[in-house]
Every structure is written in structure tokens, then in C-alpha cells.
Design a protein around this ligand. Structure first.
Ligand SMILES: [Zn+2]
Length: 323
């Protein structure tokens, strides 16, 4: 049996995943740190220690963790607190926001802006590994990879709070954007629930139906032979290629911003509405099965392969983007 470098890396990562090596050893000395998806996987492991229910101290701990990681990568990160009324009570949550200005003055004015986002809160059941430590992991690895590259656009990373309470963090963030910032935001890229579903998807927004960001993502997926596709539109309520409006991406879509939303699920089974993630096991979403150990047990190796694919495509998009 011939083992290429990639296959070897995957073996090592799998060994780590199934616990042959202590996770602490990996944290101190990452194995093959340049392998796509390895850093993202590490963040998923580190978040997979407690659920991060919106409005709780655990959610605050999640926010602080994510903020700390952005700072380790050399970014300035801020906690953006917000509150909302739910059940006649005022509730508190917070986003983590990184603003990274363009490293080179662009030809056009105003400077274009790109937003990359993923919610870090979860429901109480499980550890929110798929939903949505996975998206946070991909976002952080992309933040690390894009840092040395020249960019002619401002780049914003947002880890949203209280997504599970009705996209509260995204709603607050957009409500605080100026007209000018909304105008100059040429793309919003969102990652939500990446490591469990049968198939890999990228959606455009159903509200404003601008497709260029999604189409760029599909181009990079094809170029790197990664099986990321559009949802096939088998259910007439959900036209092919568009996100039906859940997840934070919908808020930016409704504001008129071009979006691409990544997720892994299966749009070809049950009601064909994307709610059933796997043919074999049904959904992991919002159940106790949404923790990394269970996911690795039920769909072994899938998380690493998924993280590698989504991270690669998101990173390639940002790296080559010349607005
Ligand atoms: Zn989610």
C-alpha cells in the first residue's frame, strides 16, 4: 500500500481524532499544521467542551475563547454586546468582531468590505460541535491563512451570538451598520454546520438573488476538485441554489448584501428542505449527538474532510478577490 503525504496526514489526524494521541499534545505541537483543516479541527475540539447556550455564562466563555484566538492570530478583536427582549425579559448576548483594514489602497472608492461570519452559540443539547463550532473553526483557520496576503478590501470577521434565539447577533450587527458600510460590503460569507451532513453546499441568498459570491465559491471548488454543490431545488418552496433563510447569512441577504452560505446536510431526502442531515442517521442538529466524539463514531473521518474542503474554498475566495 502506497501512502502519499496527504494520506499520511489524514491518518495522523484520524489517530488524533479517535484519541490515540492526547488532544493536549496536539494543542502544544500541532501535527502538520499546514494541512488544510487541521487548525479548524483543533478549534472544534476546544469548543466541544460545553454547550454555549445564548444568554448564559457559557456563551460568554465561548465569546472570550474566540476573541482570544483571534488575538493570538494577531488581530484586534472586540466583544460587541447587545440585548433583546425575549419572553418579556431583556436578554444579553455578544458578538465577537474583528475589523482588519485593507493592506493596500484599492483603485476604487470607497474601499470594498467583505464579512466572514459563523455563530458560536449553540442549543443546550450536545456540544454544538457541528452547529456551530465547525463554522467558527473554519472561520478562524481562514483568518490565520489570509493574514499574510495583500488585500485591497477591508475584512471583517464576526462570531455571532444568539443565532439560536433567532439570528439575534447578526440582526444586531446589521442594525449597527451605516448605509455606507452596507453599500460597500461586496460579500458576506457564512459558515454554519459543516461537519456532519452527507453533502457539501454553498447557497446564494434567496431574498436578493445575487449569485456572484456563490458562483465564485463553486469555481474554486471545481478548480480544487472539492465536492461542493448547490442545493438541487427538489422542493418547489426552495428554488435551486438558494438558501431558504435560516442562519445568520439571511440577515445580510435581506439587507441587500451579496452572500454565500456554506453548510453540510442533505437536500435530497425527507422533505427535501435541507433539514435532514444524513440519510443513514437523520439529523444531528440540536440533539445530544452533536458532539465531536459521537460524530466521529457515527460518520468517522467526515469532520476533517469537511473542514478541509470548506476552509480551502473560503480561503481561496478571499486570497484571489480583487475588487
Ligand atoms: Zn447553526
Amino acid at each position: 500500500m502506497r501512502l502519499g503525504r496527504k494520506a499520511l496526514a489524514l491518518l495522523i489526524v484520524t489517530a488524533v481524532a479517535i484519541g490515540l494521541m492526547a488532544p493536549a499534545a496536539m494543542a502544544a505541537k500541532p501535527l502538520l499544521p499546514n494541512e488544510m483543516g487541521v487548525r479548524a479541527y483543533y478549534y472544534v475540539q476546544e469548543l466541544n467542551v460545553e454547550s454555549r447556550v445564548a444568554e448564559t455564562a457559557a456563551e460568554v466563555r465561548g465569546a472570550e475563547k474566540v476573541k482570544g484566538w483571534f488575538e493570538e492570530l494577531g488581530y484586534e478583536a472586540e466583544i460587541q454586546p447587545f440585548s433583546y427582549v425575549r419572553g418579556e425579559q431583556t436578554r444579553n448576548s455578544q458578538n465577537v468582531v474583528v475589523f482588519s483594514p485593507a493592506s493596500k489602497k484599492p483603485k476604487t472608492s470607497p474601499t470594498p468590505m467583505v464579512i466572514v461570519g459563523a455563530h458560536y452559540d449553540s442549543v443546550a443539547a450536545g456540544m454544538g460541535a457541528d452547529d456551530n463550532a465547525s463554522g467558527v473553526g473554519a472561520m478562524l483557520e481562514i483568518a490565520e491563512r489570509i493574514r499574510p496576503f495583500t488585500r485591497q478590501y477591508d475584512l471583517v470577521f464576526i462570531a455571532f451570538g444568539a443565532e439560536e434565539r433567532g439570528l439575534r447577533g447578526a440582526n444586531y450587527y446589521v442594525s449597527q451598520m451605516s448605509e455606507e458600510d452596507i453599500e460597500r460590503t461586496i460579500a458576506m460569507v457564512n459558515f454554519d454546520s459543516l461537519i456532519t451532513g452527507d453533502k457539501l453546499y454553498v447557497h446564494a441568498g434567496q431574498a436578493n438573488r445575487i449569485t456572484w459570491v456563490r458562483d465564485e465559491m463553486l469555481k474554486y471548488a471545481e478548480r480544487h476538485k472539492l465536492p461542493i454543490e448547490i442545493q438541487p431545488g427538489l422542493n418547489p418552496d426552495y428554488p435551486a441554489g438558494f438558501s431558504p433563510g435560516f442562519s445568520d447569512v439571511a440577515v445580510f441577504d435581506r439587507a441587500g448584501i451579496p452572500v454565500a452560505g456554506f453548510e453540510a446536510t442533505n437536500w435530497e431526502i425527507d422533505d427535501m428542505d435541507g433539514y435532514t442531515q444524513t440519510e443513514e442517521f437523520g439529523s444531528f442538529w440540536h440533539t445530544s449527538r452533536d458532539n465531536l466524539a459521537t460524530i466521529e463514531e457515527m460518520v468517522p473521518g467526515r469532520p476533517m474532510v469537511r473542514l478541509a474542503a470548506f476552509t480551502k474554498v473560503g480561503f481561496e475566495f478571499l486570497r484571489h478577490l480583487k475588487p
